[in-house]
Design a protein around this ligand. Structure first.
Ligand code: SF4
Length: 222
């Protein structure tokens, strides 16, 4: 879908989704929200981070990952030479569940079907990074985060990388921070790999055949 649209058209379509989210009443979570949080970042972001849902600060400000977990995410990004303006950050559900409870299956299904998958289509990222078990569950069904964190899979022309949620790392820094830092370091490697893959896959990008070698010279008998 994104391939057939200009960057401007994609941006306009993404903004239209955000506008829908701000007034959405499709699942019960709208009743408790202050502000819905559609997500933030450039339309042509190569990396899409997907968390679980807005927390207290996100709900107040209407922006994703702005509390302590957001600061830590920025620290992890800085560790690989990136900042949040270069990536798109959103959540599985766009409205804060009451008292930060886990989102219910109906809420996850409704919100992802109406918004997240459409956002993914438009942004068309090279890497989807899932933060925590809810977003992981969308792409790695039945997997356990402790077993697969930092292990990417390549599917449908992009990488999916499951990582710990920054909030979970903050609750257990001694054990999880070194793992989170090591997992994050895989992002630049994957980006390099997929850029190369996509360049090679582009029609007409195959290595041109070598020029014909000079015809063998006839040995002169004189
Ligand atoms: S969580 Fe998603 S589906 Fe539910 S009300 Fe908010 S935007 Fe709509």
């Amino acid at each position: 879908m994104a391939e057939a649209m200009t960057l401007q058209e994609r941006k306009a379509a993404l903004d239209a989704i955000a506008a829908e989210i701000l007034v959405c009443t499709k699942c019960p979570l709208y009743t408790g929200r202050t502000r819905a949080v559609p997500g933030a970042g450039p339309i042509d972001a190569e990396i899409l981070f997907i968390g679980e849902g807005p927390g207290f600060h996100e709900d107040k400000q209407g922006l994703p990952f702005v509390g302590q977990a957001g600061k830590f995410l920025e620290e992890l990004l800085a560790g690989i030479g990136m900042n949040r303006d270069q990536v798109f950050i959103t959540n599985v559900v766009k409205c804060r569940p009451p008292q930060n409870r886990d989102p219910l299956p109906l809420e996850v299904d409704t919100c992802t079907a109406n918004y997240l998958y459409r956002q993914i289509d438009l942004i068309n990222p090279k890497i989807i990074v899932t933060l925590g078990r809810y977003s992981m569950g969308l792409f790695f069904p039945k997997a356990k985060i402790t077993a697969i964190h930092g292990k990417p899979k390549y599917e449908d022309g992009r990488y999916y990388l499951p990582l710990f949620h920054p909030a979970a790392v903050l609750r257990n820094m001694a054990v999880l921070k070194p793992q989170a830092v090591a997992d994050f370091k895989k992002i630049p490697e994957l980006l390099k790999e997929i850029r190369k893959k996509q360049t090679e896959d582009k029609p007409g990008s195959s290595t041109p055949p070598p020029p014909p070698s000079e015809p063998p010279k006839q040995l002169s008998l004189f």
